[in-house]
Ligand binder design. Structure first.
Ligand code: HEC
Length: 157
């Protein structure tokens, strides 16, 4: 828990710096929410399908089909590092706003801290956004609503 929180704080401070870029990326892929309403749930089926293909090709081997690996994600492995956590709504992924998810996927684990590879040289920013859309599609409506609050707070900063 502490490990993830520290990383989230680090990532959030970076999010402050890149927030403006992040917003533009979001607008390019999601319809702009109408004034006064919550941002609408990303249901661009084509984007989710593209993200699913990226996910199954590059992520499923560690995070499991439909993001269900690893049930024992809180227990470090023999190498002292944490296993790939589930990316569905049973673990922690939904605690992160989009800017943080983008950074985790692009940069991977902080050096020496974990086994998450960096994807920025293998996937385009569009592919990373597509795979994030797919991961979000694995979350229940209730969890998605809670994530939206986290997202709005991050965007308001
Ligand atoms: C070689 C195994 C491996 C592959 C392949 C992999 N990951 Fe990971 N991933 C991990 C591990 C291990 C962690 C935990 C990181 C840590 O402890 O620093 C992680 C963490 C994450 C997190 C943070 C989750 C959280 O709860 O904070 C996200 C998001 C993520 N991965 C997305 C992806 C995506 C998207 C792909 C495919 C493009 C991918 N991963 C491919 C091993 C992998």
């Amino acid at each position: 828990m502490t490990r993830i929180s520290i990383r989230a704080v680090m990532a959030l401070s970076l999010a402050l710096l890149v927030g403006a870029c992040g917003d533009q990326g979001q607008q390019a892929t999601a319809p702009a929410p109408t004034a006064g309403s919550k941002p609408s749930r990303l249901q661009d089926a084509e984007q989710v399908a593209r993200g699913e293909a990226v996910y199954n090709a590059h992520c499923a081997e560690c995070h499991g089909i439909r993001g269900v690996a690893t049930p024992e994600w809180r227990k470090p492995g023999p190498d002292g590092k944490y296993p790939p956590p589930p990316l569905d709504d049973s673990a922690h992924a939904w605690h992160h706003p989009t800017v943080v998810l983008r950074k985790v996927i692009a940069k991977g684990s902080p050096a020496g801290m974990g086994n998450m590879p960096a994807w920025e040289n293998k996937l385009s920013p569009q592919q990373i956004d597509d795979v994030i859309a797919y991961i979000k599609s694995l979350w229940s409506d209730e969890i998605y609503d809670r994530w939206l609050q986290i997202e709005s707070q991050a965007l308001a900063r």
